[in-house]
Design a binder for this molecule. Structure first.
Ligand SMILES: CC(C)(COP(=O)(O)OP(=O)(O)OC[C@H]1O[C@@H](n2cnc3c(N)ncnc32)[C@H](O)[C@@H]1OP(=O)(O)O)[C@@H](O)C(=O)NCCC(=O)NCCS
Length: 174
């Protein structure tokens, strides 16, 4: 969970050119179930979770927690972006830092939506937690994610082995 100043969460919905980032609502549930059950989304994240398990763990509206944004394109929920405090992390360099995560439904890949949403989340973070670096961990084999990290301005801290694969730790300092 991100330790925000009281009243900073949830923010008013953040509008970008094409998207809206906002706290999750009941109407996002089915898209989020699809997201966590998608084999393509889970390919570099240890595999998808069984749909029944996901549905059981999300009986009603998706959990609202500070730093968890869903991303909407018109009336469609296409993904989520999270900024969480890395309490435990396989790289000591990341512990205690803000950690950016992103998951988008495959039909929304290849349009620049993830880059647009993550840039907006990073800008929001700059306003509420100025000067805080943000880290990002991804498998080096996750080519799309590696390209996105570079496009957002993350630079390499280190590569390390974890979860059975080579991982890349990047940092964003602006
Ligand atoms: C990682 C992930 C978010 C990347 O999604 P993405 O759509 O490739 O990322 P971007 O938003 O940066 O889009 C870039 C692509 O959109 C294209 N694009 C099209 N229109 C665009 C526009 N208007 N602006 C910018 N890019 C545009 C770019 O050319 C690029 O295409 P390319 O990949 O064929 O070169 C997505 O693959 C995903 O959700 N993966 C599963 C979850 C995951 O692995 N997360 C990482 C764990 S942290």
């Amino acid at each position: 969970m991100i330790d925000l100043a009281k009243g900073a969460w949830p923010p008013a919905p953040i509008e970008t050119d094409r998207l809206v980032l906002r706290a999750p609502e009941a109407r996002d549930r089915s898209a989020l179930v699809e997201l966590f059950a998608s084999p393509e989304v889970g390919a570099h994240l240890g595999g998808p979770r069984p749909r029944t398990e996901i549905e059981r763990s999300m009986p009603g509206a998706p959990e609202r927690r500070p730093g968890r944004f869903v991303v909407a394109l018109g009336s469609a929920t296409i993904g989520q972006v999270t900024l969480t405090r890395a309490v435990e992390h396989p790289s000591p360099a990341a512990v205690g830092k803000l950690d950016l995560g992103y998951l988008f439904l495959p039909h929304a890949w290849g349009h620049g939506y993830a880059a647009e949403a993550c840039a907006a989340a990073l800008a929001w973070r700059a306003a509420v937690l100025p000067g805080e670096p943000v880290v990002l961990t991804t498998r080096t084999a996750n080519v799309r994610s590696m390209r996105l990290a570079a496009r957002l301005g993350f630079t390499e801290v280190e590569r390390f082995e974890a979860y059975g694969a080579e991982q890349w730790l990047g940092i964003f300092l602006e």
